[in-house]
Design a protein around this ligand. Sequence first.
Ligand code: ADP
Ligand code: MG
Length: 147
Amino acid sequence: PIEPWHIGGPVVKGFGRGSKVLGIPTANLSTKGYSAPLSEHPSGVYFGWAGLSSQGLYKMVMSIGWNPYFNNTEKTIEPWLLHEFDGDFYGEELRLVIVGYIRPQANFSSLESLIAKIHEDRRIAERALDIPMYSQYRDDPYLKGSS
Ligand code: ADP
Ligand code: MG
């Protein structure tokens, strides 16, 4: 188990690959101001809770890292909110409580195997977040933007 940690900020534009190439939208957060927590936590796939200003509270599964499949040179924070939204929410305040770690960053030989792995990560996150030791954090006041 990991010590839960928080990150948040406005949803920024990424490369637009999540939805278009993978069919998996990720609401990118700026890494500015998060160099300490990012260097303290290994690259990989995490899960937790997401508070999206005005809209609500959602489960999320998140990649932190360089996306080796795409050869990124900068570390990105990319949560996939496990909810069907009607549209985009760029610029909205997104707050995350990260409560668990699934796996290290990995490279994949095909897009299909990458997509399959992300869906497996999603199922793990969905189930884990129903367990009291992880579900309790949905009440974290940080998610509501009041602290
Ligand atoms: P980008 O590279 O700009 O992050 P993506 O293809 O990853 O683009 O799509 C992410 C955007 O899609 C988010 O910024 C958000 O506005 C929107 N979006 C819609 N549904 C979701 C969702 N379930 N999870 C995350 N982002 C979503
Ligand atoms: Mg994205």
